[in-house]
Design a protein around this ligand. Structure first.
Ligand code: UD2
Ligand code: MN
Length: 586
């Protein structure tokens, strides 16, 4: 062997050793990495793939239709075309009523309306003049459903196919949360075959609830962007590019369309918000979702009113997010059950861990708001002894709130203190690992406007059932909507309609409502926003509940369960009240 050949051989051997060595190191590192991560979601961002520096951000040219605008189709004359209200012939009134009780929406009406019907273009004028990047990441539209009506589910699918640029639509992924309706079985599978793979269907083998079913959809989706819709929506004209563009430019932005209302009885398509008013999502301290007009300081950040703006939270159902980012955040907390609170979990997680949420005025999607919830929570519902939604809230609050704000939640929902919340250690670990900011940062920098409507809550001085000494019965709201008279009923120890709170500033509250008195009687009313005080004062020594404004006392009519204000009389047992905290035996 010549000298030169030997050198080459040696070099080759050396090269082979280095190569083999590196492969072993990579395998070892990989094994180590696998062992050290406990959750199954990817934790390494794939920035390289997603940062497209060449993308030109959206730009506006006044009066010139944007690059994805097309002419709005003429409205046909069929039922519900153009989103006008439709009423079924009176001969089908019975069918309509049955549909409402089965689905919470008038299915007979929906069945008569074309799956490809037109809707009104409710966007602001400006929205027609925006240009969006020509190359956007592809989207999986994920629709989870449990026992939804056939035509409303498929109208959601058709509207997406009709109004989305096909090059951006990876797929529509239907995820069946263990429905038992016959037409959602084989018939649905045959039906979607005609879409040649563009519409996929996967199913749960047991009921998982909408939260886990959405996480499953995200895991199974093939698109770079995932976009969730409820199973009774109709997307608007040019709805997708404005939602996806912000994410294409910054993978940690989650975007939310403006939701329009579809009437559950007539299928009328109409705006929820007044023209030129912009709202964003917040919450009150009992964790009911609320909306508030965009604060001035956010409004001023925009050149055009049609631009996206920041929002602390969102309603839950409709939003787009980068799939990898969603999975890096652990998707939804897998310990959340069935329905509720997941919108807050995701919002707090995104904001506190370095991302943001934007509402997009130029993207509009209609949603059928049902009259009531037509399904129960199945087996998962009985896993929790107390209310399931509060269980979810408690998980979210104990993970993301700080001690000051947790106290507001327990003041507003005293029974939640006694409720189980399962194990949240994995959530706390995630918060730690992602080095998320604390809740006061979120309140000061993002959700500062919450306080304007829902100020810090003074502690409860007394809470529980309010027993009347004379009648041996309890104050009860009777579950009516405010304004409504409150009365006396048998005490039942369950809290429902009988859990009152008297705070340190004299406000007597039940849930999110307040108790007030006027000439007609003692009423449950909508609390005046931005205030936490009220006219009530309780004197433990003589058990009188004073109404300080009129200087009268709360009392019961001697011969009826009617509650009213009368001149104070310490000797009248019908004016004596005792607060008894409810300690649930959950
Ligand atoms: C709102 C949200 C909804 C969800 C919920 C709280 C909007 C417009 N809607 O209630 O998306 O965030 O608040 O959790 O923001 N479903 C299942 N399995 C179940 C129950 C429901 O797959 O066990 C499906 C259901 O078929 C529907 C979706 O989940 O497609 C949302 O349920 P909903 O429409 O009853 O919730 P909604 O609009 O009252
Ligand atoms: Mn819905």
């Amino acid at each position: 062997m010549s000298m030169r050949m030997r050198i080459i051989q040696l070099k080759r051997n050396k090269f082979a050793r280095v190569a083999i060595g590196s492969v072993i190191i990579i395998i070892l590192l990989f094994a180590l990495f696998k062992r050290s991560t406990k959750i199954q979601y990817p934790t390494q961002p794939s920035y390289a793939k997603q940062f497209k520096h060449s993308l030109i951000p959206p730009f506006y040219r006044d009066g010139v239709p944007g690059n994805f605008e097309s002419s709005i189709p003429n409205h046909g004359s069929g039922p519900g075309e153009g989103g006008i209200p439709y009423r079924v012939p009176s001969s089908r009134e019975n069918e309509a009523l049955l549909g409402i009780s089965e689905y919470g929406m008038n299915m007979a009406c929906s069945d008569d309306i074309s799956l490809n019907r037109t809707i009104p273009d409710l966007r602001m004028e400006e929205c027609r003049f925006w240009n969006y990047p020509e190359e956007l990441p592809r989207t999986s539209v994920i629709i989870v459903f449990h026992n939804e009506g056939w035509s409303s589910l498929l109208r959601t699918v058709h509207s997406v196919l009709n109004r989305t640029p096909p090059q951006f639509l990876e797929e529509i992924l239907l995820v069946d949360d263990f429905s038992d309706k016959e037409n959602l079985k084989n018939k649905l599978e045959y039906y979607i075959e005609k879409f040649n793979g563009k519409v996929r269907l996967i199913r749960n083998s047991e009921r998982e609830g909408l939260i886990r079913t959405r996480s499953k959809g995200a895991l199974n989706a093939r698109g770079e962007i995932i976009l969730f819709l409820d199973a009774h929506c109709e997307v608007g004209y040019n709805w997708l590019p404005p939602l996806v563009s912000p994410i294409a430019l910054d993978r940690k932005i989650m975007t939310v369309p403006v939701i329009d209302g579809i009437d559950h009885n007539t299928w009328e398509y109409r705006p929820v918000y007044e023209k030129d008013h912009f709202f964003r999502g917040i919450f009150e301290w009992g964790m009911l979702y609320k909306e508030i007009e965009l604060p001035e300081q956010e409004d001023q950040k925009r050149t055009y009113k049609s631009e996206p703006y920041k929002s602390p939270t969102h309603a839950g159902g409709l939003f787009a997010i980068n799939r990898d980012y969603f999975l890096e955040l652990g998707a939804y907390d897998p310990g959340l059950l069935v329905w509720g609170g997941e919108n807050f979990e995701l919002s707090f997680k995104i904001w506190q861990c370095g991302g943001s949420i934007e509402w997009v005025p130029c993207s509009r999607v209609g949603h059928v708001y049902r009259g009531f919830m037509p399904y129960n929570f199945g087996k998962l519902g009985s896993k929790v002894k107390g209310p399931l939604i509060t269980y979810n809230y408690k998980r979210v609050i104990e993970t993301w709130f700080d001690s000051k704000h947790k106290e507001f939640f327990y003041t507003r929902e005293p029974l939640a203190r006694y409720l189980d919340m399962g194990d949240i250690s994995a959530q706390l670990e995630l918060k730690d690992r992602l080095q998320c900011k604390d809740f006061s940062w979120f309140m000061e920098n993002v959700a500062y406007d919450v306080y304007t409507k829902f100020p810090e809550l003074p502690p409860n001085i007394h809470w529980g059932e309010v027993h009347n000494v004379g009648k041996k019965k309890c104050l009860d709201t009777r579950g009516r909507q405010p304004p409504s008279l409150i009365g006396l009923e048998l005490c039942h120890g369950q809290g429902n309609n009988q859990l009152f709170r008297l705070n340190a500033k004299g406000q007597l509250g039940v849930g999110e409502r307040c108790v007030n008195a006027d000439r007609q009687g003692v009423k449950l009313i909508v609390c005046s926003l931005g205030t936490v005080d009220g006219p009530w004062q309780y004197e433990s020594s003589n058990k009188l509940l004073h109404h300080t404004r009129t200087k009268k006392c709360l009392s019961v009519h001697p011969s009826s369960p009617q509650v009213m204000l009368t001149p104070c009389d310490t000797n009248n047992a019908n004016q004596q009240w005792v607060f008894k905290p409810i300690i649930p035996n959950w």
